[in-house]
Ligand binder design. Structure first.
Ligand SMILES: Cc1cc2nc3c(=O)[nH]c(=O)nc-3n(C[C@H](O)[C@H](O)[C@H](O)COP(=O)(O)OP(=O)(O)OC[C@H]3O[C@@H](n4cnc5c(N)ncnc54)[C@H](O)[C@@H]3O)c2cc1C
Length: 467
């Protein structure tokens, strides 16, 4: 088969074409761009194009990399050589009232597109926080969505996926058919042995009232506030998402500067129940030192989406890293966990950089049987955000240093904010990782689909300091 765009409804873009760079990088969220380049980019118009693209790759001996929303911080979709299949046009959404299942293309933006579509129908799905994240990469790696501590990982709501296999065939994968692919699609992340062209997702009724509590503290109060939060978060209603974040914030005084925010978002039926759910925040022993307190203000998802966009400007340069914080819930254990993560919150060298701590407690639920299998009671991620590429090394060195400081309280990490070309950590239970490798070997024996982009593929899923 010759390399011609005629066989596609979309377009095959080759390196000699003027817009090749745009096709490779234009939809990558992170302004920090990789030097890697594929042999060709297929701007797929539909599922048939995706299947034809895989068949073309088979004939050419190309590996296949995939892009849905382009939000992988480490630009996993951009690989050296092979074919990049860009699924950007696959964004159709449909909803079945009888089953309450929504079906959506992988490039659908969880917050900008899927959430408003569902809200109009009185439904909700706990998708990602940043509105422009594609559901493709997000769901494949587990999906840390709204109020994950109460409702579970977003991938737990996936009931089926439509997949283009290594042979270029379109199949349905769910609990009854192709169940190996269904299992892998909930956690494999960027090593899924196929291309998901449609997700079928169980929805939930939309909450009646969104209550928002924010306490702003000086960064110097980090240890005291976190010590209280670490004790309190197990007891707070599981209808409340609890996030603490060190970030530049506009203050009532008119100035904008870095402060430590403790936030609760209550997904409740009405204002009264939201107020009750958020009441424990007012028991913080240093609340009298707060720069400001917003107590259960009425809020909306649209407001939160706008806030996320402000915090994560598209095409700024980002380096980020993350950890599942682990330790004993004794006073000494809590002190060690807080000391481990403290520098990562309090010493960010970039003006717009930030760090988040997200509660996952109490972890009463067992995870379903799926590839995703690693979590602890608290998740921490740190982001440097800058504009001048010359700042790269300084920011990288800082992040590596604070992550090394956190090592004694690190159980592993979440794929979503990871970059294995810099640092490899455990992200899946050992049995699950083994099973995933078996599925990959059976489904993709020739290595057609790109796998984890890693510094050392032989030592994946291990904390580098434990090797
Ligand atoms: C600003 C911002 C905010 C974020 N917030 C959150 C958050 O709140 N919660 C959270 O969990 N994560 C969050 N993330 C991380 C994000 O979920 C991951 O980066 C995710 O991979 C993005 O999905 P994508 O489709 O947009 O990315 P892409 O870069 O398009 O995809 C990433 C990789 O996933 C694989 N992949 C994607 N789609 C498919 C498919 N259809 N079939 C097969 N393989 C596929 C490919 O290997 C691809 O290279 C955030 C990221 C950013 C940039």
């Amino acid at each position: 088969m010759t390399l011609s765009t005629d066989q596609f409804d979309g377009r095959l873009v080759l390196p000699a074409e003027a817009d090749f760079e745009e096709a490779v990088l234009g939809r990558v969220f992170n302004g920090r761009r990789p030097g890697r380049r594929p042999d060709a980019v297929l701007l797929a118009a539909n599922e048939q194009d995706v299947a034809a693209g895989v068949r073309l790759a088979n004939e050419q001996g190309w590996t296949v990399a995939v892009r849905s929303g382009g939000h992988a911080w480490a630009a996993w979709s951009v690989r050296d050589g092979g074919l990049l299949i860009d699924l950007g046009a696959l964004t159709t959404i449909s909803y079945d009232e009888a089953t309450e299942i929504v079906s959506a293309g992988p490039a659908t933006k969880g917050g900008d597109q899927l959430s408003p579509f569902l809200e109009e129908r009185g439904r909700f799905f706990n998708g990602g926080h940043c509105p422009s994240v594609g559901i493709g990469g997000f769901l494949l790696q587990g999906g840390q969505g709204w109020n994950q501590r109460g409702w579970g990982w977003a991938a737990e709501s996936v009931v089926a996926v439509d997949v283009v296999t290594g042979e270029g065939e379109l199949v349905r994968a769910d609990a009854d058919q192709n169940s190996d692919l269904y299992w892998a699609a909930r956690g494999a992340g960027p090593s899924f042995p196929g291309i998901v062209v449609r997700f079928h997702i169980r929805t939930r009724p939309k909450f009646g009232f969104l209550g928002h509590t924010v306490h702003a503290y000086e960064v110097e109060d980090f240890v005291e506030v976190m010590t209280w939060l670490y004790r309190a978060h197990h007891e707070i209603s599981t209808n409340v998402e609890i996030v603490a974040v060190c970030t530049p914030t506009p203050l009532p005084s008119g100035e904008t500067r870095r402060v430590f925010l403790v936030t609760g978002v209550a997904f409740e039926d009405d204002h009264e129940s939201a107020r009750a759910a958020l009441a424990p925040f007012n028991e913080c022993p240093v609340i009298d030192r707060a720069i400001f307190v917003m107590d259960c203000a009425e809020s909306s998802l649209a407001e939160h989406r706008a806030q996320q966009e402000l915090q994560n400007p598209e095409h700024a340069q980002y380096i980020c890293d993350n950890l599942w914080v682990d330790g004993e819930n004794t006073p000494e254990g809590i002190a060690a966990m807080i000391e481990g993560i403290r520098p990562l919150f309090t010493t960010n060298p970039t003006e717009k950089g930030f760090a988040i701590w997200m509660s996952n407690a109490p972890m009463r639920r067992e995870l379903p049987d799926m590839a995703f299998s690693m979590q602890t009671e608290a998740y921490v991620a740190s982001y440097t955000v800058y504009d001048d590429p010359a700042d790269y090394q300084r920011n990288r060195d800082w992040l590596n240093e604070v992550m090394a400081h956190a090592q004694p309280v690190t159980a592993g990490q979440y794929l979503g904010d990871s970059d294995f070309t810099n640092r490899q950590l455990k992200f899946m239970a050992d049995d699950n990782y083994r099973r995933l490798q078996q599925i990959i070997a059976e489904r993709d024996p020739d290595g057609r689909f790109a796998r984890y982009l890693a510094k050392d593929p032989a030592t994946l899923n291990k904390n580098h300091w434990e090797l």
